[in-house]
Design a protein. Structure first.
Length: 200
């Protein structure tokens, strides 16, 4: 089978936890996941197959928007919110610069298991992912998706990993709801219309 070279398309193989890659996916279409037998389930408390079925609830509603990252700032509460549409939302205490949030968190491991320096290099910039769960942002994973002919509502539920001391603003958040218009591929240009994020 011949290969078609398409600028901007890359295949990257990882082992372990794909959260860092999926939650900061570049602004390009996500095409496929490979080697699922060597990665952890992409949603907590689910099997690999169940987690993929869950992701496809969002994929089936708005495939062009899946995993596209949007960053919002809540200045009144000093929060930075990173939305990976259809997958997860991270809420950071404080204001984070956009270039920092666009770098992938190293939750994954290189495909090659050898200890060569070259095998740990990636074709993109990465950032550390703390081993201490209490030093990580609060994460909300996709819970449900609903839509009509032109609009989509996604609901994300807070994932609690440890009994960490966090600010009362974030501590009281249990659910985040995101409203967006479905992407319209008939208009020549694709506009990302994330209209609002509601905290509850």
């Amino acid at each position: 089978m011949g290969l078609t070279r398409e600028p901007g398309f890359h295949q990257v193989d990882f082992r372990g936890d794909l959260f860092g890659m999926l939650s900061a996916h570049p602004l390009a279409s996500f095409l496929s996941l490979h080697h699922l037998d060597v990665v952890e389930p992409i949603f907590p408390n689910m099997t690999r197959s169940r987690a993929l079925e869950h992701l496809f609830k969002a994929v089936n509603v708005d495939p062009g928007r899946i995993l596209q990252q949007t960053v919002c700032y809540d200045r009144s509460n000093s929060l930075t919110v990173s939305v990976a549409w259809g997958y997860a939302i991270q809420v950071f205490k404080g204001n984070y610069l956009l270039p920092d949030l666009l770098r992938l968190q190293r939750t994954f491991r290189p495909w090659r298991r050898n200890r060569e320096f070259v095998s740990s290099l990636y074709m993109f910039k990465t950032r550390e992912y703390s081993n201490d769960p209490c030093k990580r942002p609060v994460v909300f994973f996709l819970e449900s998706v609903s839509s009509d002919s032109s609009k989509v509502w996604t609901h994300y539920a807070r994932h609690v990993v440890e009994n960490c001391s966090i600010s009362s603003t974030v501590h009281n958040l249990e659910m985040i709801r995101v409203f967006s218009h479905k992407l319209d591929f008939d208009i020549g240009k694709v506009f990302y219309n994330l209209h609002s994020v509601w905290f509850r």
